[in-house]
Design a protein around this ligand. Structure first.
Ligand code: E4P
Length: 214
């Protein structure tokens, strides 16, 4: 199980990376715009900070536009992955890019059929959106489990990035269901290692130790 950080904040990435827990980074146009920085500059900086894959999303809507953008983005760093939206045009672009050896992350996956199409087009990663599916009352976990079964059954090379992760149970459940990766917002990451009983336990142990040593 790999953990990606779902942020373009370099300070946040550097801080969490000191724990050795960050296997990659994902961004999208919303995440990039929050930083108020130049797209290319920030992606290059993240790519040089992190050893693993860093997703940068295209904004074109036609296959030709996406392919053109992707070829430019792919030259920014060896570990960059081009994020492509799950549309007919996106699939066309992924088909071309995969034959050029450009890694892709097909994003905004909400159904098994969409995931399958992306795998067949040659996607390196697919990103099913857990939180956004829950928002509309749809079972995101069934989607993750089904996608994993399909990958294993047919032997696709594609990896699942569980995206739109908003809380601890999301992380724990997608891990149990076999998502290869969970991409986690920076503010949620510390909740993975924290628990009030851990803090209380340390406090009690230290108090008892101090009393014993008086
Ligand atoms: C990452 O790849 C996705 O773009 C991101 O996880 C979406 O998260 P959100 O649904 O919380 O915006």
């Amino acid at each position: 199980m790999k953990f990606f950080l779902d942020t373009a904040n370099v300070a946040e990435i550097k801080k969490i990376n000191t724990l050795g827990l960050v296997d990659g980074v994902t961004t999208n146009p919303t995440i990039i715009s929050k930083e108020g920085r130049d797209f290319e500059e920030v992606i290059k900086e993240i790519c040089s900070t992190i050893d693993g894959p860093v997703s940068a999303e295209v904004t074109g809507l036609t296959a030709d536009e996406m392919i053109k953008e992707a070829r430019v983005i792919a030259k920014w760093a060896d570990n960059v992955v081009v994020k492509i939206p799950m549309t007919e045009e996106g699939l066309r672009a992924v088909h071309v890019l995969s034959h050029e050896g450009i890694k892709t992350n097909v994003t905004l996956i909400f159904t098994v059929a969409q995931g399958l199409m992306a795998m067949k087009a040659g996607a390196t990663y697919i990103s099913p959106f857990v939180g956004r599916l829950e928002d509309i009352g749809t079972d995101a976990y069934e989607l993750i489990a089904n996608l994993r079964n399909i990958i294993d059954f047919y032997g696709f090379d594609t990896e699942i990035i569980a995206a739109s992760i908003r809380n601890l149970p999301h992380v724990e459940t997608v891990a149990k269901l076999g998502a290869h990766i969970a991409t986690i917002p920076g503010n949620l990451f510390p909740k993975l290692w924290g628990h009030p009983l851990t803090d209380q336990g340390i406090e009690t142990f230290l108090k008892d130790w101090e009393a014993f040593n008086k």
